[in-house]
Design a protein around this ligand. Structure first.
Ligand SMILES: [Zn+2]
Length: 414
């Protein structure tokens, strides 16, 4: 009898596992027009009850906020009272979450990009990819996490002595399209027959990391699809924003010192083992890097350093030209439109991000951050049938970026 009870309890424990549900949660879109309206949203952004999916900005980019059912009435009233007309952009977050199919990687390198994949499956695929390409691909460990996971990636090098490109994915856990873009790029580097991309692929030693926040990514699969941060414990709050935690004008702008906030920069720069260990890995590559490319979602932006100031520092002018060429190429296939600028001018001042640190430390010529699809219709819950189109247009843009970069002497192709 006692055993049956224990078994029942165990079964119940599995069923009742604490998975966050978002039934009736809506995403509202606001288009603030005045400084007062912007300030009101900035104030609300510090609240734990609201989840801002996009940053409050001075660039005219709409602001998307997820609001739980019991707060929707008060939220809508507050917006209307202040002259903003909140538009319901996502009717029911939970039903969108349920449309996101997760694939089961069955081995044999059979990843499809018509599904999203768990961390375990991505890591299996990386291992299989390395095993299938001996002497060219190796699994590398870029760092560790607070829960003891490894930040795994691959190094792809057909010969030694080449210049380096680093690709960073998934630093924000819920931006699932980011790891799916990085695994696609890995696959294209190894299998593409497009001569233009082959030239780019074969010109470098690549270091690619689909998920640089593995604890957070795993948590979005097991417990809370909308998790963004690391999983470090800070009192009663969990996690720091790993893209506000780098030692680059840390905690100066667009970041919170409140541990429960989604943009908590951590108690000090590089407090997160994820950013400190991964930055050590990057430091070993240092001046060998020609390019550092980071993938986030969403908003369709190509961002350049820096986030602490909108001043056109370093090779901003040249990178604007290179970035525009990349975005012209990106738009060609499906007409997808991206905006470009440095972080501070294109979104709003936000310091402590990875691309700022890389640029500041190594003056790497090509340093960019993509905010991938879409512009908010689905936001972080990008439908699986958009993964491949998203990835294809990113490859188009990367080719143009490197070709244009060669004109400035930043890279040498072929
Ligand atoms: Zn992000």
């Amino acid at each position: 009898m006692k055993l049956i009870f224990l078994l029942l309890l165990a079964a119940w424990g599995v069923c009742a596992e604490d998975v966050a549900k978002f039934d009736g949660y809506k995403v509202f879109r606001m288009s603030p027009k005045t400084q007062e309206q912007n300030d009101l949203l900035l104030n609300l952004a510090t609240s734990d009850d609201l989840d801002f999916w996009t940053e409050v900005n001075n660039a005219g980019i709409p602001v998307d906020v997820m609001v739980k059912p019991e707060d929707q009435k008060a939220f809508t009233n507050a917006m209307l009272k202040n002259g903003m007309n909140p538009e319901i952009y996502i009717e029911d977050v939970q039903s969108l979450i349920e449309t996101q199919t997760v694939g089961r990687y069955a081995g044999e390198r059979a990843m499809t990009w018509t599904n999203y994949y768990s961390l375990t499956d991505i890591y299996k695929w990386l291992a299989d990819t390395a095993a299938a390409n001996p002497g060219v691909v190796s699994v590398v460990v870029g760092g560790t996490t607070s829960q003891g996971r490894q930040i795994r990636g691959v190094k792809i090098a057909k010969s030694s002595g080449k210049r380096v490109v680093v690709v960073e994915g998934g630093i924000h856990a819920r931006e699932w399209i980011s790891p799916a873009t990085v695994t696609w790029i890995i696959n294209e580097i190894l299998t593409s027959t497009d001569p233009a991309f082959r030239k780019v692929a074969d010109s470098f030693e690549w270091h690619l990391f689909p998920s640089t926040n593995p604890d957070g990514y795993e948590f979005t699969f097991t417990s809370n699809r909308m998790w963004r941060k690391t999983r470090t414990q800070y009192g009663s709050c969990i996690g720091a924003d790993p893209n506000r935690n780098w030692n680059a004008h840390w905690m100066e702008q667009g970041t919170s010192n409140q541990p429960c906030s989604d943009t908590y920069g951590g108690p000090r720069a590089f407090s997160e083992i994820e950013t400190s260990s991964f930055s050590s890995y990057i430091r070993t590559l240092g001046s060998r890097m020609d390019a550092y490319i980071s993938f986030h979602s969403y908003s369709q932006l190509l961002l350049l350093p820096y986030g602490h100031t909108s001043a056109p520092l370093d090779n901003y002018t040249q990178m604007m030209q290179i970035g525009r060429a990349a975005l012209t190429a990106l738009a060609r296939r499906y007409g997808t439109s991206y905006q470009i600028g440095n972080i501070a001018e294109a979104i709003y001042p936000a310091s402590g991000g990875s691309i700022d640190w890389v640029k500041q430390e190594f003056k790497t010529p090509i340093v960019v951050c993509y905010e991938l699809r879409d512009t908010g219709r689905y936001g972080f819950l990008l439908p699986t049938n958009q993964i491949i189109p998203n990835n294809q247009e990113i490859i188009d843009s990367l080719i143009a970026m490197f070709v244009e970069g060669e004109k400035f002497g930043y890279v040498t192709l072929g």
